[in-house]
Design a protein around this ligand. Sequence first.
Ligand SMILES: [Zn+2]
Length: 183
Amino acid sequence: MANKPNLNPEAAAKIEETEEGTVLFNVPFPKDLSQLKEMSPILVKQPYQIDYLHSYGQDSPFFAGLANKKLLGTKCPKCGYTYGTPRLHCMMCGAECDWFELPQEARIHTFTVCHFGSQEFLPQCPFILIQVEWDGVDTLFLSRLVGPDPNEATLDWVGRKIRARFLRLSKFKPTDVYFVFAD
Ligand SMILES: [Zn+2]
């Protein structure tokens, strides 16, 4: 907001305030300690930064796959349930699943056009989210459809063949993969 030109004439006749203040080396202190509760709060401005270490844990092979232009799903060796969005433990029976490579051609199960999103995705609005479907795979995979005009969305897209594309420089995020029409 601070950098936007302000057309309000009253506000235009004002010098814009910044957050910098005067460095204070001594704070007046009352002799009567009972006055301390009336004291104004001390506000300190200081830089703040954290390095957040996030572990993908057992999902790590999925992201290693994306970095190598491969889509990985999992399959339960006990009950045979297959996951297009990988899970290392079967939701159906709890057994530990095995990794397998998913085909890079798939179909659009359904889609939605997003006209609003979280901060990261706001500049890309409107964009198309799709649920990706594979033959013989029991769960879907949420991804982006890139290429078609979101404002021209049509139900004819349901069932369309799509092909996976990968970011050349992997960011190790689920958005490293997206889909385009295959035909
Ligand atoms: Zn299972």
